[in-house]
Design a binder for this molecule. Structure first.
Ligand SMILES: Cc1cc2nc3c(=O)[nH]c(=O)nc-3n(C[C@H](O)[C@H](O)[C@H](O)COP(=O)(O)OP(=O)(O)OC[C@H]3O[C@@H](n4cnc5c(N)ncnc54)[C@H](O)[C@@H]3O)c2cc1C
Length: 380
């Protein structure tokens, strides 16, 4: 089967690419096909924390995420060993938490309603770009396209096919859902990040978010290790998470722990090849927090602009895509987060982390506000 644009993966990056193409160049709508190996609503391991930039990007697509179940948390804590900085945004929530099976299925439904075709249950096995197009082999037959978007996540096949020799940087994550415990300090709707794993050699934090699973209030716990510092001894992730949960009265032994990597952004890595470009985790998410939903939505907008230009000029080398991303507000936040991640996770001394989260609060808030957040509105 032949299509002009094949998008591999119907997660936030692939669906955002399609929705932006439809919005910015409606004549391309019927020329897009999305291939997805799962069936929505599909499970996706993720804490589901949406920052304001994700909501801004969705609003600009005419989408209101309040249509699906969500938990709005008012205060987000950035702590070291249970004490630190509390962030509250006057008149707004600080984080909106969704379940990814519901969010992605909702986004896919909106995409279908706008006339874009999605084939689910189709696994892409091989990508073979040539001078005239790209051949895509799947478990349901072969496809041919003029251009392919690899939005197939951190473990996807597209990056491996087009950039087999590029290094890959991945964070390690573990996540677990737990019923809220009576009398626990976090029975409220607050979200917690705790950086006490850093002195143990883990470049990251534990998290504890409120969430709602099929109408039941739950807590989503997890641990993030950016894996930035590959040398030196590191505490095991599971035991470190178990110790933090025990401090709040939980026993990890009674719960089902799951793991998944996140491929993160590095400014020196390529994100396209002739006729194929990458978006979302396939291109690289945030190394600082492993935040990737708003980032995937942002990549979708930039990928759509690159594709529209390629079709207008009838040139498919896509060599300007990395520059387009790197110098966009999305690229600037990713670059800033990459620098900050190396800085704050390299200083593993306990006193540095205490100083950062408990005493340098105005500086941390200013840096976060200017360099980390608020890029969505500026993304063209
Ligand atoms: C434990 C954990 C917690 C997280 N918590 C947060 C959070 O709170 N907030 C946040 O912003 N981010 C979070 N993230 C990151 C976030 O989940 C990702 O960055 C985001 O899902 C990236 O979206 P994507 O569309 O690029 O990839 P994905 O969401 O992974 O979508 C890729 C899609 O491609 C499909 N696919 C893959 N291979 C193929 C193939 N061969 N053929 C066809 N289809 C294929 C998959 O089925 C999938 O639907 C978390 C990640 C993890 C692992």
């Amino acid at each position: 089967m032949e299509k002009d644009i094949l998008i591999i993966g119907a997660g936030p990056a692939g669906l955002s690419t399609a929705l932006h193409l439809q919005k910015l160049e409606p004549s391309l709508t019927g020329r897009i096909l999305i291939l997805e190996k799962a069936q929505h609503p599909r499970p996706k391991l993720c804490a589901g924390g949406l920052v304001g930039d994700a909501e801004v990007l969705l609003e600009r697509l005419g989408l209101d995420v309040c249509e699906i179940p969500h938990v709005d948390n008012q205060v987000t804590h950035f702590d070291f060993a249970g004490k630190g900085l509390s962030v509250r945004i006057p008149g707004a929530h600080s984080l909106r938490i969704i379940r990814r099976n519901e969010f992605d299925a909702w986004l896919a439904k909106k995409t279908l309603e706008r006339g874009i075709e999605i084939r689910q249950g189709v696994t892409v096995l091989k990508i073979l770009p040539d001078a005239d197009g790209v051949s895509v082999e799947t478990d349901s037959g072969s496809f041919r396209a003029r251009l392919v978007v690899g939005a197939d996540g951190s473990n996807g096949v597209v990056r491996r096919a087009i950039l087999p020799h590029e290094p890959i940087y991945t964070a390690r994550l573990l996540e677990v859902l737990a019923p809220p415990r009576p009398n626990a300090h976090h029975l409220n709707q607050d979200a917690y990040f705790d950086f006490s794993p850093v002195p143990l050699g883990i470049a990251g934090y534990t998290w504890d978010f409120p969430t709602s699973v099929e109408g039941q209030p739950m807590r989503c716990w997890g641990i993030y290790d950016a894996n930035i510092l590959s040398s030196g001894p590191r505490a095991p992730l599971k035991e470190t998470l178990a110790a933090e949960m025990a401090r709040c009265g939980y026993s990890l032994d009674e719960l089902e722990l799951k793991g998944h990597p996140i491929r993160w952004f590095d400014p020196f890595l390529r994100i396209s090849a002739p006729r194929v470009l990458l978006a979302g985790d396939a291109a690289g998410a945030d190394p600082l927090f492993g935040e990737g939903i708003s980032i995937a939505l942002g990549y979708g907008r930039l990928a759509a602009r690159e594709i529209i230009q390629a079709f207008k000029n009838n040139r498919f080398d896509l060599s300007g895509y990395r520059r387009r991303v790197r110098f966009s507000p999305l690229g600037q936040t990713l670059f800033a987060r990459w620098v900050i991640a190396y800085l704050i996770y390299s200083f593993q001394w306990k006193w540095f982390q205490v100083l950062l989260w408990r005493f340098l609060q105005p500086i941390v808030i200013l840096v976060a506000w200017v360099f980390v957040l608020n890029w969505g509105r500026r993304l063209r």
